[in-house]
Design a protein around this ligand. Structure first.
Ligand SMILES: C[S@@+](CC[C@H](N)C(=O)[O-])C[C@H]1O[C@@H](n2cnc3c(N)ncnc32)[C@H](O)[C@@H]1O
Length: 226
C-alpha cells in the first residue's frame, strides 16, 4: 500500500487534494520557490497525481519541474493533465524516493526539492534522504510538509488509520544532519479538508491561530544542502 486507501483511485484522490487545506500547502510551496531563478529545476518526490506541481508550474513557466511517484496510475493521470493543459515545463515519471537516480534517465540534479505528506509513507527513510541528497545540488533547498504529531488528533489518526504512520521530525532531522542545514520549522493548517471552501472569517482565524503548533495539522521544515 503506497498511499493509504487511495492507491487505485487517482481521480478520487486528485479531487480529495483539491481543498483549501491542500491549496494552503501548495501556496506554501509556491512561496518557498519565490527565489528560484529561471531555468532552475524542481523535483517533487512522491508527487501523487501532480496537484501541487501543476498548480505551481502554471504560475512559474520559467522553472522546470519533475514529479516522481511509484504509483503508475497516479503518474499516468498526471501525464494526461500535462498533455491536456499543454505544459512545456513539467514531466512526471514513476520512481521511488529510495531510487531517484535510476528512475530518471536524464541528469536529475535539483536546485529545489519539495515533498508533501510523503516521508511518512516511504519504507526506508534513511535511503530516501541519501537519494535526495545525491540528486541535489550544493546549496539546494528542500521543503518538507508532513502531518504534525504535536496535534493530538493528527497523531492519533496517523497512528491508527490503515496505511498511515506518524512523521517524527527530530528523528528525521538527525538523519539529515550530515548533508543538510536545518533552516526553519513552521506549523500550518488548522481548517480540516472536510471544509473544502472556508469563508474569509474562518480563513483569517486560521492564520491567527497558526501560532499554536498543537492545533496545526502540518509541520513545514526547510533544509539547505551543505
Ligand atoms: C499522501 S500522498 C501525497 C501525494 C502528493 N505529494 C500530494 O500532496 O498530493 C503520498 C504519496 O507518496 C507516494 N509514495 C509512497 N511511497 C513512496 C516512496 N517510497 N517514494 C516516493 N513516493 C512514495 C504515494 O504513491 C503517494 O502518491
Amino acid at each position: 500500500m503506497l498511499n493509504s486507501t487511495w492507491d487505485k483511485d487517482p481521480a478520487g484522490y486528485d479531487s480529495h487534494r483539491t481543498t483549501w487545506l491542500h491549496q494552503r500547502k501548495t501556496n506554501r510551496l509556491f512561496e518557498f520557490l519565490t527565489e528560484a531563478k529561471a531555468g532552475e529545476r524542481i523535483i517533487e518526490v512522491g508527487c501523487g497525481t501532480g496537484v501541487a506541481i501543476l498548480d505551481i508550474a502554471e504560475r512559474r513557466p520559467d522553472l522546470s519541474f519533475i514529479g516522481i511517484d511509484p504509483n503508475r496510475e497516479y503518474i499516468d493521470y498526471a501525464n494526461t493533465k500535462v498533455t491536456q493543459r499543454k505544459f512545456k515545463n513539467v514531466s512526471f515519471s514513476t520512481g521511488l524516493a529510495e531510487q531517484i537516480s535510476s528512475s530518471n534517465e536524464n541528469s536529475c540534479q535539483a536546485n529545489w526539492i519539495i515533498s508533501t505528506d510523503v516521508l511518512h509513507h516511504v519504507s526506508d527513510l534513511r535511503r530516501s534522504i541519501e537519494e535526495i541528497s545525491l540528486n541535489s545540488c550544493s546549496g539546494a533547498k528542500w521543503m518538507i510538509l508532513e502531518p504534525s504529531w504535536l496535534n493530538p488528533y493528527i497523531c492519533y489518526f496517523q497512528a491508527t488509520k490503515l496505511g498511515e504512520r506518524n512523521f517524527w521530525p527530530n528523528a528525521f532531522l538527525e538523519l539529515t544532519r550530515n548533508n543538510w542545514h536545518h533552516e526553519a520549522t513552521q506549523y500550518i493548517n488548522i481548517i480540516p479538508s472536510a471544509i473544502k471552501k472556508p469563508n474569509n472569517i474562518i480563513k483569517k482565524l486560521e492564520y491567527f491561530l497558526e501560532g499554536l503548533p498543537v492545533i496545526c495539522g502540518t509541520i513545514c521544515l526547510v533544509l539547505q544542502k551543505k
